[in-house]
Design a protein around this ligand. Structure first.
Ligand code: PEP
Ligand code: MG
Length: 562
């Protein structure tokens, strides 16, 4: 067995299978293709564009069917990029200068890719979309066949330097045991689709992945963020049996009868079925940013209303917490004006934008949400991201009042939803009493709270050891927020990644969280953990962990209590 190759597990699933390399980039160097007359090259390019359009439209249809309508929207963006005059003019110019269509495509898309790569976070991942189109055009121009990703032999572990969104969307979870890529991060489209499809996946493994031989036995151990070549018997057993766990569709209680709500985090409504299938009690975080990404215009009030109603209807007995638009930071949106910032995570993001340059979007989102609250049997809750001051909260609450008033005036039916904020900044923790006194609930976003409490970027591997919610400083911030919420009769949940880590479920119960929200795939484990937990011993564990002075001590305390 090889040493496990570390990467980023994007689904807490594992799989075992036979390595199959996907190398769509093995083509002649575009610059070495001999050019015919410009007129002929222009024609070749136009024909390649037409074929690409046809392929994308077919893939769009297949993705809508297999993954979901919202994920399929990425192909609309591809169609736009395919005809984007800024890029196609570049191809024409290169052809005019005597280049072959291949070189024109490589140069024009290459410079667009470079521009996107120069940006931060999710925007940088749009470069993947550009690469996807470039590679598709180059393949068509070279007359190359595609590897049929939809019908890979059963038990395939697909290995690739990178997978594009359209590659990933074609994978069939029934056939593919998992995939691993050398590049990519947790928020790349490949990762998002893998989660939606429930495919074990580890991305960002780096150069070491490239050394794996075709046909090797490979375990994708996404739960432990690793790829293992020639796994031993013990590993084989672990990666093939770890998901044998009962799905509990009813709400669960601790061993001594305290009910804890276990909800799912949602990026798009295509994930609703998965959330129901894994036994979610409701939705604890609906990240509405995804509704606004990969398109040229924001969704209007009615389109948003439909998506929110879909979520509410999926949980007639549960609660759906929708977070208002949280862009900026790692999630810029191309069509919204955003000045390049030196330090976007400390800049204009979340509620700050909603109360300022995006106030029109905020208003239409609030109107859509208030209308949704009047629909169906489920309960709607709305929360605001990245709040740090009471003034911001008051302004957001005023915006809710204004949305209600405008609906009232127009005679449109609405209800006021439950209102809350995410606890993501140290300022919100320090002001938690004042915030809670104005609200129904809090939801702790440990991904951001850890980065701001520890001053350690969630995107920088070099400080990953600091960006960890088990540092006593973060645990104490959580504890303080729980106390403030309960002192003010508000409920408090957690929707950061920490909530879905079964190894800390007991600690979170002991800290007094009322709700835990996570990627749907971890719900069964966390629900099982809750039923095995006794609150008295969980509270003792929490007390010991809060008294620890290092992360290591916290970990030891958790291990000792198991
Ligand atoms: C968080 O910060 O923990 C959170 C859930 O929000 P996001 O990951 O979308 O920033
Ligand atoms: Mg956050």
């Amino acid at each position: 067995m090889s040493e496990p190759l570390p990467g980023v597990g994007v689904t807490p699933l594992s799989g075992l299978g036979t390595a199959r390399w996907y190398r769509p980039d093995e083509r002649p160097d575009p610059e070495s293709v001999e050019a015919a007359a410009p007129e002929t090259e222009r024609e070749r390019f136009a024909d390649a564009q037409a074929q690409a359009r046809e392929e994308i439209e077919t893939e769009r249809e297949n993705t809508a069917e297999r993954v979901g309508e919202e994920e399929a929207a990425v192909f609309d963006a591809h169609l736009q990029f395919l005809d984007d005059p800024q890029i196609t003019d570049g191809v024409d110019e290169a052809i005019e200068d005597g280049a072959a269509a291949e070189a024109g495509v490589a140069r024009a898309y290459g410079s667009a890719i470079e521009q996107f790569e120069g940006m931060e976070g999710m925007m940088a991942e749009r470069a993947d979309d550009m690469r996807d189109i470039r590679d598709r055009l180059l393949r068509i121009l070279s007359g190359g066949e595609r590897m049929d990703l939809e019908t890979l032999p059963e038990g395939t572990v697909l290995l690739a330097e990178r997978l594009t969104p359209s590659d990933t969307a074609q994978l069939d979870p029934e056939r593919v045991a998992g995939f691993a890529t050398a590049t990519g991060g947790r928020t790349s489209h490949a990762a998002i689709f893998a989660r939606s499809l429930g495919i074990p996946a580890v991305v960002g493994v780096g150069e070491d992945l490239l050394a794996i031989d075709e046909g090797a036995d490979v375990a994708i151990d996404a739960t432990n963020d690793a790829v293992i070549v020639d796994p031993d018997e013990e590993t084989r057993e672990r990666v093939t049996t770890s998901r044998d766990i009962e799905v509990r569709s009813e709400p669960v209680e601790t061993a001594d009868g305290v009910e804890i709500e276990v909800a799912a985090n949602l990026g798009t409504t295509a994930e609703l079925d998965g959330a129901v299938d894994q036994g979610a009690d409701g939705i604890g975080l609906y990240r509405t940013e995804f509704l606004f990404l990969d398109r040229e215009q924001p969704p209007d009030e009615d389109e948003q209303f439909e998506s929110y109603v879909d979520a509410l209807e999926a949980f007639p007995d549960g609660r759906v917490v929708v977070r208002t638009l949280d862009i900026g930071g790692d999630k810029p949106i191309p069509y919204l004006d955003a000045e390049a910032e030196e330090n976007p995570f400390l800049g204009n993001r979340g509620i700050r934008r909603s109360l300022d340059e995006d106030s029109d979007l905020f208003e239409s989102q609030l109107r859509a949400l208030l209308r949704t609250a009047a629909e169906g049997d489920g309960r709607l809750s709305v929360m605001f991201p990245l709040v740090s001051t009471t003034e911001e909260l008051d302004a957001a609450l005023d915006a809710v009042d204004a949305a209600a008033e405008s609906l009232d005036e127009e005679g449109i039916e609405y209800e006021r939803p439950e209102l809350g904020v995410m606890i993501e900044t140290p300022a919100a923790v320090m002001m938690a009493d004042e915030l809670a006194s104005r609200l129904d609930f809090f939801s702790i976003g440990t991904n951001d709270l850890s980065q701001y409490v520890m001053a350690a970027s969630r995107e920088n591997d070099a400080v990953a050891h600091l960006h960890d919610p088990l540092h006593p400083a973060v645990l104490r911030a959580i504890h303080r927020s729980v106390e403030a919420a309960h002192d003010n009769d508000a409920w408090i949940g957690m929707c950061g990644e920490m909530a879905g880590d079964p190894s800390v479920t007991k600690l979170l119960v002991g800290l007094g969280l009322d709700e835990l929200s996570m990627s749907a795939v971890t719900i069964p484990e966390v629900k099982a953990g809750i039923t095995e937990t006794d609150t008295e011993s969980a509270e003792e564990l929490a007390e010991r962990a809060l008294g620890a002075s290092t992360k290591l001590e916290v970990r030891e305390t958790i291990t000792d209590s198991q």
